[in-house]
Design a protein around this ligand. Sequence first.
Ligand SMILES: C[S@@+](CC[C@H](N)C(=O)[O-])C[C@H]1O[C@@H](n2cnc3c(N)ncnc32)[C@H](O)[C@@H]1O
Length: 283
Amino acid sequence: MTEIYDQPILLKRASSNDSFILGHTQEQKGSEFQSGARAELTPSPLTLALSSIRGRFMAQAMIFMVPDTRAHRFIAARSPMLKAAILRAMPQKPQPILATVAVGFSPVTILIAHERPDVRVIEIDTPEVIQKRKTRLRHAPDIIIPDNIETYKADLSTIALTDVLGDTRPDVMDITGGYFTHAELTQVVRYLADVMSDEGACVCYLPWFDGIEQIKGAARFFKSQIGDYPGMVGHVDTAKRIFTDAGYQTVEVLFPSQFGAELGLETPIMDIEILVIAYKQQK
Ligand SMILES: C[S@@+](CC[C@H](N)C(=O)[O-])C[C@H]1O[C@@H](n2cnc3c(N)ncnc32)[C@H](O)[C@@H]1O
């Protein structure tokens, strides 16, 4: 791994042109942990294929350090909830477009592409992560990658997202918000709003203060393992303001404890992160 992934730069304006470059969020360790946790808590051919031994080992350590099953259920519910939120945010139009920035080893893009062949699904991550993702999937003969997925290798600290997407204007973009400060996230999601279609929406997980407090010991351990999460929020209004300040007209905040139950997932679920769906237009 090159050391550039440890740089804390999150957002900067390119000097040569006026396009935003998104910068680095955190290195791939976070993705390894998340895919390991999914494989441990919701094993399936897809989650297992996308995970690594190291990620599963980190996840086993977390399960040991946080024996509260409500926290485990949150991790198990994280991808199904993200998938449901993306589908909820998707405008009703022919061939809508989803773009997942920093897809890591997430199964959600593949699950959506299977379930909704009408959706054009775009996944983007660094060349290193996309290479690993492709290799892992290639080694899993049972997994079929649908034709409606496009995968792009792009380091978004050196290439503008608009250069990757060309003329494409996604209808939904999802991003993990916890690695940005609130001010940075406001700029990032404002930039995403400019890139999206007019009926577009941004879907974003944000760490929730009360939930992080409940898993404090382990949270400290994971900070040292996978980096800090300055984007933590403690009030719904704070989460909403990040997106309204960025120009979104309607902002929904979903709590896993309720949203997971609505989806029929196993409950009770701890609210370790909250899900935001921010729509460019008034709903
Ligand atoms: C928290 S992980 C994403 C996790 C993923 N959404 C999941 O649920 O498994 C962060 C991802 O951001 C990617 N990333 C960080 N900086 C990047 C950059 N400059 N360009 C593209 N991807 C980047 C990392 O490679 C990593 O896969």
